[in-house]
Write a protein that binds this ligand. Structure first.
Ligand SMILES: [Zn+2]
Ligand SMILES: [Zn+2]
Length: 646
């Protein structure tokens, strides 16, 4: 029987089955359903895998046709736009070699090897040429070839980076995609033709080492983004602009929160204002601990290397650790708190009745990060975490995980973050036998399900010593950050020989749970600054109230009011300089002080204060007692909520 006559069954998402000839494409199926769908389809998903619409289907399968409403279709659109970028660059600047062009969060990039740096105006002409390529509506066609053929092909094209990929990626058959007379080594899939590309923008150029290795040649990376609709692109560009304005490194300097010095690379110095916010975050965590059953401990900074040999850090993590030698002994500065908590737990005998033991620690950690990887507060070499470790019986794991999850979600809701929960399961390389992993994964599943939480599965992404739950937040600019984590660990109790006595008087191994809500406080502060644009909610604001005198005559009254506010525990400062009141208000606004009190003769005579909110302006005059009544509630974390005059 010839192939054309063989019939295959295609199951559509609604459950209906289409019988078609083998070799039919997804686009044919779309056309048979309706011309509108054929026009709207961007890419197909065949048995869960994304494929080109034009790829022949040869076996029974489940088929989905993805349109511009699908997130995976957007990724295919962006990646296809990266190809158009590369084609435009090579048409305009012959001799430029191409690297790779993957999709990244929010867009795509493509790497180029060209001697002259790309200029701003060249980016504009590349965009112009891309629009021409789109207008040409070139079909994007896939060719499956033997690996050697691909290698020869790109050698002939003098594309050394593509030759490298042809030699190292894929199986014995690889694919080459072409659009017009331009081609690329790629797995695909892509949109069916360049005419199907949407709206796009090239954003920037930056240097990038080939394969991310600093020993390799520095290539030029052009970043861009693409969307199906202009409206979406406009919104994205607006958010990018807003993100630029909110860059925590810029705001940190402008608001006097922190700085860096070359004498301590990638290690922040928190100024009084920054330290105030930092400590308020720590206090907030401390405030949660009694309710969730944690007790705080303080542990040393530097330990004999033998500890890190026991914990496994010496073997697996030493490149990120700082070492020193004293009295002929090798010591290391701690990069994590876990081993010292294991030492604490190993003291004395524990009955099952004492479990769980929940230890919290704000200990300072040091981790060596490559200088290329550090950026503001997001990646630093010294930081503290709102770290915690729970030692419990295997039976207690679901309840403990549920409690950790509850605390973390309570915290994120207070900051106004949207949350996504990811459950990461056993990786290929792992310690411990599978029955233990079954138990651990089931416990995490149960903990999330019993609380009715939705979560995504990240299969194979767990730590080598146990599965974990990660908490990812989405900030006000719709960017995602992984913050909290809850990791089960069956390995450390083994390494440290931790034990408890069960109800039958038998020795058992406890389970260790590593957990953090905010993670690195430094990084969290960076994220928070950008989330709120430096306008902290009242309870976190380094300066909550500024008292402004209109003339010298009210300077003393202003000082008095400041003193009374401070006595109430408020972070208040007075500005009695001989400046115009308008300028003083503007300055306080720029410094994002949530509440201002404007004091003139009238207020001094009546013993009142004229209140101004940074957001909301003039609120009229009232007595100091009435103001205190108003703001007392805002001092509580989270309580400010929507009423925050931020
Ligand atoms: Zn591609
Ligand atoms: Zn830990």
């Amino acid at each position: 029987m010839s192939e054309a006559l063989a019939a295959i069954k295609i199951t559509l998402p609604d459950g209906s089955i289409k019988e078609v000839a083998a070799g039919t494409t997804a686009l044919d199926v779309a056309a048979s359903i309706g011309p509108r769908l054929a026009k709207a389809a961007v890419v197909a998903r065949v048995d869960g895998e994304l494929v080109d619409l034009g790829r022949p289907i040869r076996t029974d399968c489940r088929l989905e046709l993805l349109t511009n409403r699908d997130e995976d279709a957007l990724a295919v659109l962006r990646h296809s736009t990266a190809h158009a970028t590369a084609q435009a660059v090579q048409e305009l600047f012959p001799g430029t070699k191409i690297g790779q062009g993957p999709v990244i969060e929010g867009g795509f990039y493509y790497d180029f090897d060209r001697e002259e740096p790309f200029t701003e105006s060249e980016l504009a002409s590349i965009e112009e040429r891309m629009r021409e390529i789109i207008a040409r509506d070139l079909p994007i066609e896939r060719r499956d070839v033997a690996r050697q053929e691909a290698i020869d092909h790109f050698k002939g094209d003098e594309e050394p980076y593509k030759v490298y990929f042809a030699e190292t990626k894929g199986g014995e058959t690889v694919s080459i995609y072409s659009q017009g007379d331009w081609d690329d080594f790629c797995r695909g899939p892509h949109v069916p033709s360049t005419g199907r590309l949407g709206v796009f923008k090239l954003l920037s150029v930056a240097g990038a080492y080939w394969l991310g290795d600093e020993h390799n040649k520095m290539l030029q990376r052009i970043y861009g983004t693409a969307f199906f609709a202009q409206k979406e692109l406009d919104e994205h560009l607006r958010l990018l602009e807003e993100a630029r304005k909110r860059d925590h490194r810029k705001l940190g300097r402008e608001l006097g929160l922190f700085s860096f010095h070359p004498e301590a690379p990638a290690s922040p110095f928190f100024h009084p204002r920054g330290a105030t916010v930092y400590n308020a975050l720590v206090d907030y965590c401390r405030g949660l601990y009694p309710r969730y059953g944690y007790t705080e401990v303080i542990t040393p900074q530097i330990f004999d290397s033998s500890l890190w040999k026991t914990s496994g850090h010496y073997e697996h993590y030493r490149d990120n650790m700082y070492f020193t030698e004293v009295d002929g002994r090798e010591f290391a500065v701690k990069p994590m708190n876990c081993p010292s908590h294991c030492l604490l737990f190993s003291e004395g005998r524990h009955s099952f009745r004492e479990l769980p033991v929940r230890l919290a620690d704000f200990g300072r950690l040091h981790r060596y990060e490559l200088s290329g990887a550090v950026a503001g507060l997001t990646r630093v070499r010294t930081f503290a975490q709102d770290d915690g470790h729970i030692f419990c019986t295997p039976e207690q794991v679901p309840e403990e995980v549920a409690s950790v999850t509850k605390m973390i979600l309570e915290c994120y809701e207070m900051f106004g973050f949207e949350v996504k929960i990811m459950l990461s399961t056993r990786p290929e390389k792992r310690a411990g036998d599978d029955s233990l992993w079954d138990l651990a994964e089931t416990a995490l599943h149960e903990a999330l399900e019993s609380q009715g939480h939705e979560f995504e599965l990240a299969e194979g992404d767990g730590a080598f010593y146990g599965p974990k739950i990660d908490f990812i937040v989405r900030d006000a600019l719709r960017r995602e950050h992984q913050l909290g984590t809850c990791q089960l660990d069956y390995g450390a109790p083994e390494r440290f020989n931790l034990r408890y006595i069960d109800s039958n008087d038998q020795e058992q191994r406890p389970v260790m749970i590593h957990r953090a809500m905010l993670g690195s406080l430094e990084r969290f502060l960076g994220i928070l600054i950008e989330h709120c644009g430096g306008a902290f909610p009242f309870w976190l604001a380094p300066e909550q109230i500024r008292v402004l005198s209109i003339t010298d005559r009210t300077a003393e009254y202003a000082r008095n009011v400041e003193k009374q506010l401070k006595a109430e525990g408020l972070r208040a400062f007075s500005d009695i300089r001989n400046e115009k009141i308008g300028a003083k208000i503007r300055e306080a606004q720029l410094e994002k002080v949530p509440v201002m009190l404007v004091l003139g003769d009238r207020e001094a005579d009546a013993g009142t204060v004229a209140v101004r909110y940074r957001k909301g302006g003039d609120q009229g005059a009232r007595t100091l007692e009435a103001l205190l009544e108003e703001v007392r509630d805002w001092m509580r974390p989270g309580a400010a909520g929507d009423s925050t005059p931020a």
